[in-house]
Design a protein around this ligand. Structure first.
Ligand code: BGC
Length: 700
């Protein structure tokens, strides 16, 4: 039986203050599984609650789970329906591992191209981000698991993430950074995780105006707000600001014990290992009991009203009830992991973006291939809290070997790109292979009909990438291979944009992000054209100096502050008004098919109807994009905004008509004094293949 609101009220009346306090801060999971744990109150039948990372799959120690592609790869599918499928799969797997809440999705906007966590986020565009935030939360929660969109808000960099104050206009918050969270809340998210950083002078864990006023009052969020791990900074300020749950509530030592990790700390308290200084990205982990006894004391002295604590507990109990915990519904999840393997593989394939192609792709059956690159014998993924043990792994080379009918030569060419691992995923120490030699890779490439060079970056939570270049000598590897083989295909596995200085010297370039556990299978399917190359860039690719965050003031900030002076001009909105052409525009991605855009008409004020034809002799998948502009806006606003998009499969020679819904966000503006108002028309809707390739226009 689930509880009615009166029964929750009744429970609150019966709980002692100490018991309430026990429900608003974490403890160590006795089973050593969960990232966050609440013990419940046995006396009153209040169950335990387990929270597990994270956006790419379920991390529960000792219980491998499906490792999905990076969130940015999912967004590159431009297909929110795949987001819902992934959410359902993760929800099921969480349940089967006795986890009640997932610490994801990550819905921060990609503002800084080399932010260390871009692989855990979706896009530089709020409409695209919101679509995936909504579908992912819907999917996860359909399985009676709590989704936790994070990190609320403006956690757009890892450098100094726990101390930096973000100076951002209310308008940019409303129009760029908040819509992803709003969409997650509209989808019914049961929890929201606050960011480590501070926004406009107040740490997010105690930011009353964003947590209480915007999230809870304005948006009507009735779930619980949880701190990021070790991200609570006060007792009274946080409680009164609207934070409901402190995590992890245990010391770093206890936490590492739960995870079975050895804690490596130097005298200054720098954690992890001697080679990597992550301290600029780590929170202060020394005080972890803000919502324990100090909160009880603050209630006793009247600094925090007891009603506030009642509200915290009510919010948590309501979610426990919603997912059936009071009915004893735990761990009953029926995890059909084989199905999830195909969901993960199809997201990886559909999210792969064909950046360049002189016709070498798709590969002819039976062709002889050299597969080279430092990580071809592993799968590539990111570091930090979304690290997990994958159920199974198909390395890049293995997938190609399985699919190819011709000869496949594999040479790494370079030593493994150093990755930072929080949870011991890195198996460098056990790698007994001799150091690979670049000459061997070049020689292999010279003898093959096609050379596939797989390059990668290395990204992790708690640290931003140093720059947008590929680490080590990977550019050299590509150049030397391209010099001996004119059919060189480069596959980039990266967390976000990278610079590709050799792109005009090679035959084709694919961006496959971090493709998850089915890495090689998904890549082979795209290389051989078993599926169309249908991914589109959810971020603009450009040279580092050309992004709006290329000054110290805008990233990583100075004197403890970072200024979002570009305001609304994030991503393509910046490049639309800059003199610089990006390398690859937002939305870009080639196809193996060919699409001709026939017509567009307005159905009503928020919908357009577009007719396209696949003029190729093979099926293909197109992503039809709609960008809205209004002549009446001034220079302080972007010239156009993505308003909608539709992915569509089209048979060879087929003509299809698609309806695209246009989001209100593209027709509205936020003003400090007026709040939300409609932009003035007339509006032009550009129907485009990317932000750099408009095919049709219609006026609304
Ligand atoms: C990350 C969160 C994560 C939490 C728990 C923090 O370091 O910022 O995204 O959910 O750890 O692992």
């Amino acid at each position: 039986m689930s509880l009615v609101p009166e029964e929750i009220e009744q429970l609150i009346e019966e709980l002692t203050l100490e018991e309430k306090i026990q429900l608003v801060h974490g403890e160590a999971d006795p089973e050593g599984l969960a990232t966050g744990y609440l013990s419940g109150v046995e006396r009153l039948g209040i169950p335990e609650l387990r929270l597990a990372d994270g956006p790419l799959g379920v991390r529960a120690r000792g219980h491998p789970a499906t490792l999905f592609p990076a969130s940015i790869a999912l967004a590159a599918t431009f297909d929110p329906n795949l987001g819902r499928k992934q959410g359902v799969a993760m929800g099921r797997e969480a349940k089967a591992r006795k986890q009640d809440a997932l610490l994801g999705p990550g819905v921060n906007l990609i503002r800084v191209p080399h932010c260390g966590r871009n692989f855990e986020y979706y896009s530089e565009d709020p409409v695209l981000t919101a679509a995936f935030a909504h579908s992912m939360v819907t999917g996860i929660q359909s399985e009676d698991v709590i989704a936790t969109p994070k990190h609320y808000v403006a956690n757009n960099q890892e450098t100094n993430r726990a101390s930096v104050d973000v100076d951002v206009s209310e308008r940019a918050l409303r129009e760029c950074y908040l819509p992803g969270f709003k969409a997650a809340v509209d989808a019914g998210a049961g929890s929201v995780m606050t960011a480590y950083n501070s926004v406009n002078g107040s740490f997010m864990s105690e930011n009353r105006s964003l947590v209480t006023d915007v999230l809870k009052s304005e948006w009507g969020f009735d779930g619980y707000v949880v701190s990021d791990w070790f991200g609570t900074v006060s007792t009274v300020g946080s409680a009164n600001g609207g934070l409901d749950l402190e995590m992890p509530g245990i010391t770093r030592e206890e936490m590492w014990e739960v995870f079975g990790l050895e804690l490596d700390v130097d005298e200054e308290g720098t954690v992890f290992d001697e080679t990597e200084d992550m301290s600029a990205g780590m929170p202060d982990m020394s005080n972890t009991k803000w919502f324990a006894e100090p909160l009880a004391e603050a209630v006793r002295t009247g600094e925090v009203p007891e009603e506030r604590v009642d509200d915290m507990v009510t919010r948590i109990l309501r979610q426990m009830d919603r997912i059936g915990l009071f009915e004893g519904d735990r761990g009953e999840g029926n995890s059909t992991e084989n199905d999830h393997r195909s969901v993960s593989e199809s997201i990886a394939a559909r999210g792969t973006v064909l950046l360049e192609n002189d016709g070498v792709l798709p590969l002819a059956d039976g062709v002889d291939i050299a597969v080279v690159g430092p990580g071809v014998r592993e799968i590539t993924t990111g570091g930090g809290s979304s690290e997990m043990d994958a159920l199974y792994e198909v390395s890049t080379a293995e997938g190609i070997e399985d699919r190819a009918n011709g000869d496949v030569l594999v040479e790494r060419g370079l030593p493994k790109v150093e990755q930072v691992s929080f949870f011991g995923r890195d198996e460098d120490d056990t790698d007994q292979r001799p150091d690979p030699r670049l000459e061997d890779a070049v020689e292999a490439a010279a003898t093959a009909e096609v050379a596939v060079v797989v390059v990668q970056d290395a990204a992790t939570e708690a640290r931003d990438r140093e720059n947008l270049r590929l680490p080590g000598r990977q550019d050299q590897l590509v150049e030397e291979v391209a010099a001996v083989n004119e059919n060189t295909v480069v596959v980039v596995q990266s967390s976000g944009p990278v610079e590709l200085p050799w792109r005009s010297e090679v035959a084709a370039v694919l961006e496959s992000w971090y493709p998850g556990q089915s890495d090689g299978d998904a890549l082979a399917a795209v290389l051989f054209g078993d599926v169309d190359a249908s991914g589109r860039l959810p971020v603009t690719f450009a040279n580092e100096r050309d992004y709006p965050t290329s000054t110290e003031e805008t990233f990583p900030g100075a004197g403890g502050e970072v200024h979002y002076t570009e305001d609304l001009f994030v991503g393509y909105k910046h490049f639309d008004v800059s003199d610089v052409e990006p390398t690859y525009p937002f939305g870009h991605g080639l196809s193996y098919a060919e699409f001709s855009y026939h017509s567009v008409e307005a159905v009503d004020e928020r919908q357009v109807r577009v007719t396209i034809e696949n003029t190729a002799d093979r099926e293909g998948r197109e992503v039809v994009q709609a960008y809205v502009s209004s002549e009446s806006v001034g220079e302080d606003r972007p010239v156009r905004e993505l308003a909608g998009f539709v992915p569509v499969d089209v048979q060879a020679g087929e003509i299809v008509t698609v309806d695209i819904d246009l989001e209100d966000l593209a027709f509205a503006q936020y003003d400090d004094s007026e709040g939300w108002t409609d932009l003035e028309g007339p509006f032009t809707v550009e129907i485009a293949r990317s932000a750099g390739d408009t095919r049709l226009e219609v006026t609304l």
